[in-house]
Write a protein of this length. Structure first.
Length: 549
């Protein structure tokens, strides 16, 4: 929209457009009058004054609508109206003198003048002054002739003619008001569209509206108009047929979703750029969709950096856990090694006896085997803390295979802090499908958090692990007697770096990492707020709950 656009300019454009459309029919009517009134023209040449003036007016009209000279349009149309009214008025006068007051030719000329007045209302009513001037000039001479040069018996003809003129004046006023209001509404719409275009042009990404026929009806000026020049008023896929953006927009357009948010990678300008695409169905300005495509290269970089930081933090958390339990593990491993060493010495003594006491030897070897298995369980718990879980495949595992090593490695901490542990189970074992190392890390995090929560409490210190298997799911509840979770952070407890511990006692990543691991296994990890004691529930799908299982 031009900067100087206004209602007056809009109305002048209406006058121009309607003159262009009506000038040809007007010219045909003017030429036809030569054949209708040729007898009068041939009788006396001075009668040619009227058509010459009309022709001059018509020439000015053609000049105005065809020339690039657009200044003072109302002035030129006023000159046209003067000449046009004078020409047709003289023609009416000449016909009255030549053919007579009651002639069919005068009636025909009067009808032509009323028709021209009606056409003028349609053509010039965008300017009330101009249309009134036009009607007045066309009607003043015929009304004068009818009122002074016809008999009283034809007074009704004058009334009909004058009444038609006044009706056209009234019609011109009504039509002008309508055009004026319409132009104001159009101006407001154009201003809104301009404002909308300025808004979407200011968005640092691609913004496009696509109608239900798949045509881009509006595109913003992103990348110095690159996408606007290639997409605007074109059908999806016409400019970039292989573009992931065009395919994404088409898929959403033909689908039934009302809104969608996805990430895509574009390479239209020879550079790989990541974008977040927000798609939404709209009904105005017409039915279709609107797409806001924002560059997120920095966000992707931050996400990648965050993943690296989380990996580092997780590794640091593992090292901290290993260091924290190392003293207790040393004690746990040292005692079984002492037992093994003593049992081996006893075997040396027993095998020297003759005969050998086989029952005593078997008893000692069983003790060595049991003690070795205890060390193996402790070692397995350490493996869960230290091994890279990413390289471990998903396999069929038992719940006990991940729970027992976790409990064995934390037993020293339980004993050192006088914490009792209770495991409530309804089945002897439960089958799962997943990454054994990752699931072991989840249980280790939950049990370690529970231990840290109850250490500082007075009164009974206890932790309870209960699992309730169903046909499709395994629900694991870890409950402790700690002070609970502050209500201010309860809804954010799973977010990264949110922790109830002191700054030097935890990173706040344990639960967020555990939640991601559980979700990777198609499960859920939630904090139950409506329980008496602090309780976390892990829900793992069993084999039957996995897609395609």
């Amino acid at each position: 929209m031009p900067a100087n656009f206004s209602v007056d300019i809009a109305l002048l454009e209406v006058i121009q457009k309607r003159n262009i459309r009506l000038v040809i029919p007007y010219t045909i009517v003017f030429i036809a009058t030569f054949f209708v009134f040729k007898e009068m023209y041939l009788t006396d040449l001075y009668h040619f004054i009227a058509p010459v003036i009309i022709a001059l007016a018509l020439s000015i009209r053609y000049f105005v609508i065809t020339s690039s000279f657009k200044n003072n349009l109302l002035k030129w149309y006023t000159i046209y109206s003067i000449l046009n009214g004078l020409g047709w008025g003289l023609l009416f006068w000449f016909i009255n003198d030549f053919y007579g007051t009651q002639s069919i030719e005068l009636l025909l000329c009067g009808v032509l003048i009323i028709t021209l007045i009606s056409g003028g209302v349609s053509t010039f009513s965008a300017s009330l002054k101009l249309v009134n001037f036009y009607i007045f000039l066309l009607s003043v001479i015929p009304i004068y002739v009818l009122s002074t040069r016809i008999p009283d018996s034809m007074f009704s003809v004058l009334l009909i003619f004058a009444g038609s003129v006044f009706y056209q004046l009234y019609h011109a006023v009504i039509w002008h008001l309508y055009l004026n209001d319409t132009s104001k509404d159009m101006l407001n719409v154009m201003r809104e569209m301009k404002g909308l275009q300025e808004i979407i042009d200011s968005i640092p990404g691609i913004v496009t509206m696509v109608n239900n026929e798949g045509k881009h009806i509006m595109v913003n000026n992103y990348k110095d108009g690159y996408y606007k020049n290639h997409l605007n008023q074109k059908v999806l896929g016409e400019a970039f047929p292989e573009s992931i953006l065009s395919k994404t927009l088409h898929t959403f357009l033909v689908g039934n979703k009302k809104e969608e948010l996805i990430e895509i990678n574009l390479n239209e300008l020879g550079v790989d750029d990541w974008y977040m695409v927000n798609l939404k169905r709209i009904e105005s300005p017409e039915s279709g969709i609107i797409a806001v495509v924002l560059p997120i290269n920095e966000l992707i970089k931050v996400k990648n950096d965050l993943k690296i930081q989380e990996a580092r933090a997780m590794y640091a958390s593992k090292l901290a856990s290993v260091g924290e339990v190392s003293a207790g593990i040393a004690h746990e491993v040292n005692n079984p090694l002492t037992v093994i060493e003593g049992s081996a010495s006893l075997i040396n003594v027993l095998i020297k006896d003759d005969p050998i006491d086989r029952q005593a030897v078997l008893k000692v070897t069983d003790k060595i085997i049991n003690t070795s298995q205890r060390i193996a369980r402790i070692t397995r718990g350490l493996r869960m803390l230290s091994k890279d879980a990413e390289i471990e495949p998903f396999t069929n595992i038992s719940f006990f295979s991940i729970l027992e090593p976790c409990l064995d490695i934390t037993k020293p901490k339980f004993r050192a802090n006088n914490i009792s542990l209770k495991v409530i189970n309804q089945e002897s074992d439960v089958a799962l499908f997943g990454n054994e190392i990752q699931l072991g890390q989840v249980m280790m995090n939950l049990v370690s958090n529970a231990v840290d929560a109850v250490i500082g409490t007075e009164g009974p210190r206890w932790i309870e692990i209960q699992y309730k298997p169903s046909f499709d799911w395994l629900d694991i509840y870890v409950t402790d007697s700690g002070p609970g979770v502050n209500v201010e952070i309860s809804d954010r407890i799973m977010d990264p770096f949110v922790t109830t511990k002191e700054s030097d006692q935890g990173t706040g990543l344990g639960l967020s990492i555990s939640k991601k691991i559980v979700e990777l296994h198609n499960g859920t990890l939630v904090f139950l707020e409506d329980t008496k004691h602090t309780t976390f529930r892990v829900r793992f799908p069993r084999m039957t709950a996995w897609p395609g299982a």
